[in-house]
Design a protein around this ligand. Sequence first.
Ligand code: PMP
Length: 303
Amino acid sequence: MKRYAFFKGEIIPMQDAKLSITTHAFLYGTACFEGIRSYWNEEDGKMYIFKLREHYQRMLNSCKILKIKPKYTLDELCQITVDVLKKTPDQQDIYIRPIFYKSSEFVGVKLDGLEDDFLLFSVPFGAYLDLTKGLKVRVSSWRHIEDNMIPMRAKINGAYVNAALAKSEALVDGYDESIFLDSAGHVCEGSAENLFLVRNGKLYTPPTTGDILEGITRETIIELAREELGIETIEREIDRTELYIVDEAFFVGTGAQVSPIAEIDHRSVGTGKIGPISARIQKLYFNVVKNKIKTYSHWCTSV
Ligand code: PMP
């Protein structure tokens, strides 16, 4: 099926969307992005984009931090996304990648006085991490970037070199994913996921002041756990060794969805099998994102 992109103000075939090699964002990583999922609901015969507005709200915050002047309003960004998706009538889950970027063709490191532009494309996308087996995870030897280095609160393209180093290190050593610590040794997040731990029936996750992305799935899980399962989430600093003694652990993210963890640094998480709370949260999450629970229909934008 022919795929389309929004590029330089219009919807064009994806293969025709090309950037110059001197584009500032390519030279220096001066861009911010979002990763959004759209789910195919077989029964409804419809596509639903999950938390579309929330993603663009975060993206506009990223723009502010990166001094990018957004060319489009929140409503326009949502509409552009729906318009692009309508051009390719997918009947499968897809991943949407909007990017605001420093578009000037300019050599020289800075943020001010440059042109900005916006592009968007979509690709078919299945599971990013295995959802069924329980992941084998390590603590990364790479420290996480911090708010005063490259802020994780903004989803900045260049910041993902840090993630790529950690993820690749994990993969070549036979793990599925990495967990980052900050320079004080506290747990941050996965390479592209937020992290939840279960201890004595409660959820624990690092706070948004802990050099993590303010995850949209993280917010969703906190709300669903509270409202639907009566499970409280405690947001606080987490020590490395707490990872070794928890009952359950799982990653959450638009890509990762809800991915249970079975082993961290060669210590089994709980029984080493997917735990009961992780399983309930995963099931609930998939029902919500596919618009199967009407209480949360307002999070699902029909294409
Ligand atoms: N942390 C990082 C570093 C990420 O890249 C992502 C994926 N966007 C997440 C957390 C999860 O965020 P969200 O739930 O908003 O996708």
